[in-house]
Ligand binder design. Structure first.
Ligand SMILES: [Zn+2]
Length: 191
């Protein structure tokens, strides 16, 4: 699938919106991505995972286990596990600490694929990588549906996404859309 095709698919499902948004970080942005709105369609989730899995296979990257952060990464991570024929596990945050729970574990030497719905600052991806460090697994690659950093974040491993966006975010006092008199909306909130 081409970038444009992916973009249109996200837009058609309201997963990718253009406008003037107040993000949970407090920043204002002209673009918002809500993966749940595309992933609520299992057929689309499966199709997108197959696209990412195809790239993994083409690059000859071997994967033993898919690991994604709860909540946002679970569905696409699970579909990636299906597409790659591996198990799919997830990390959770409790008391501020990210770890594997529920009896999930990874074996020393296993090759892990970290799967995110969207990479923005890379913080949650880094937390998953750190949580896996104690198991002695090798991080083989990081993939996401959307990369909001336009490839600027480096985890020191191969990394790719289906859609790369160079999203502009602004502090409220510097937001050009506010300067034009606009009011930001909180995505997902009821109007
Ligand atoms: Zn604004």
């Amino acid at each position: 699938m081409e970038q444009n095709e992916i973009k249109e698919l996200f837009k058609k499902n309201n997963a990718l919106l253009n406008g003037h948004f107040l993000l949970s970080s407090g920043l204002h942005s002209d673009t918002y991505f809500q993966s749940a709105l595309i992933l609520q369609h299992p057929q689309e989730a499966e199709r997108l995972a197959c696209e990412l899995a195809k790239q993994i296979k083409e690059k000859g990257i071997k994967i033993d286990v898919v690991v994604s952060p709860a909540m946002g990464g679970i569905i696409i991570g699970h579909e990636m596990g299906r597409a790659l024929g591996t198990r799919a596990i997830f990390t959770e945050r409790t008391d501020g600490k990210v770890s594997l729970r529920r009896g999930f574990c990874a074996e020393k030497g296993e090759k892990a694929l970290v799967v995110e719905d969207v990479v923005t600052t890379g913080k949650s991806t880094k937390e998953v990588i750190d949580a896996l460090a104690q198991y002695g697994v090798e991080i083989a690659a990081v993939v996401s549906l959307v990369d909001r950093s336009a490839g600027k974040i480096d985890f020191g491993v191969p990394r790719f996404s289906l859609l790369s966006l160079d999203v502009k975010s602004y502090k409220a006092e510097e937001c050009p859309m506010c300067k034009e008199g606009g009011m930001p909306v909180k995505p997902g909130s009821r109007k």
